[in-house]
Design a protein around this ligand. Structure first.
Ligand code: NAP
Length: 311
């Protein structure tokens, strides 16, 4: 049997329940992965909270990325063998399970030195952070402002930007400032006076900005500081990005699909993790019977690094 977490209806994390279902058998082009870690993303609870979506299909689709071991191969699968350690970059259906079916085309090899928790967190957080830096062209000598830097995408954006040779100014609450310094950023408290605080740190201006929170403050500050709107990107303010003339990743027809950038970024992040030059800090791990608690923490919007479920 396979254990799987299912939202029985729309609502709060209280709707999540753990069920036993028959072990799935891979069809043509699929592999079955024995899951070692599942990465928690805000989009998981957007699917069932009844606010972001009321599409019944969304109740069947959450938990996008896992890391684990190949257990069984369907017909027409080549390049993978049972026992391979993998990252599944896109789990169709429900990834909150101890066994999942994944198209072989959505697998990346997990480097042996990368932890299960870090590996599971690479596709969405790593892919998005890399993609955001690419679309605004962050390079050596730039000063870049990262809003929401202490979260899952932020911790990777900060480290990747610093590795590119950029000076990184990063917003977070004061309790995360030492944490952000340890990742290579100069922290700035968000809230009233943010624009003045950033100007004081960077009197010569800011070259690019990444909005990873979608607040009006993050958008206003970015637009006030960055002269070229092509060098401002949001991953969260879907409704207004086009109107503001800034770049948008994910979420709707105007988004940059990043079909080529994202896998390149995921591979690059895995390589840098394997080399030990970046890290994915994991705030807390949860059991499969604690997914509701993990989602409550995510809904609180003050996660440091990543939350991970270990079945
Ligand atoms: N478009 C895409 O493809 C894509 C991909 C991934 C994620 N996303 C979206 O991007 C956002 C970030 O994702 P994530 O996984 O990084 O989320 P996350 O891990 O839940 O982010 C939590 C972080 O947000 C910070 N934060 C909360 N309020 C803030 C504010 N007013 N100003 C600045 N920082 C604030 C918190 O820092 P403090 O605790 O210090 O306040 C915390 O560290 C989410 O909305 C997510 O849905 C979009």
């Amino acid at each position: 049997m396979t254990r799987v977490v299912v939202p029985r209806d729309f609502g709060s994390p209280d709707v999540l329940e753990l069920r036993d279902v028959p072990t799935p058998e891979p069809g043509p082009g699929e592999v079955r992965v024995g899951v070692r870690a599942i990465s928690v993303n805000p989009v998981d609870w957007y699917h069932y909270d009844g606010v972001h979506s009321d599409d019944p299909e969304d109740l069947l689709t959450f938990g996008y990325e896992v890391a684990g071991v190949v257990e069984a191969l369907g017909a027409d699968v080549s390049g993978w063998t049972v026992g391979d350690e993998v990252v599944a970059t896109e789990v169709p259906g429900n990834g909150y399970a101890d066994q999942v079916l994944v198209p072989a085309s959505a697998l990346l090899a997990k480097p042996a030195r990368v932890s299960w928790a870090a590996a599971a967190s690479v596709p969405v957080a790593g892919g998005t952070a890399y993609h955001a830096l690419e679309v605004v062209g962050v390079a050596a000598g730039d000063t870049v402002l990262v809003h929401g830097a202490a979260g899952g995408v932020g911790v990777l954006a900060v480290q990747l930007a610093a590795r590119r040779g950029a000076r990184v100014l990063a917003t977070a609450s004061p309790g995360n400032h030492d944490f952000l310094r340890s990742l290579g950023a100069e922290p700035v408290a968000y809230g009233d006076g943010l624009l003045d605080r950033v100007r004081a740190l960077a009197p010569d201006g800011v070259d690019a900005a990444l909005d990873l929170v979608g607040t009006q403050e993050a958008l206003d500050t970015s637009l006030a500081l960055v002269a070229d709107r092509d060098r401002v990107v949001t991953i969260a303010a879907f409704a207004v990005a086009t109107q503001l003339g800034i770049k948008l990743i994910g979420g709707g027809p105007d988004a940059d699909p990043g079909t080529e950038i994202r896998p390149v970024g995921q591979r690059e992040v895995l390589r840098l993790l394997d080399d030990g030059v970046i890290d994915i800090p994991v705030g807390r791990t949860y059991g499969l019977d604690e997914v509701a608690d993990a989602h409550r923490a995510s809904i609180g919007r003050h996660v440091r690094g990543k939350l991970v479920v270990v079945p």
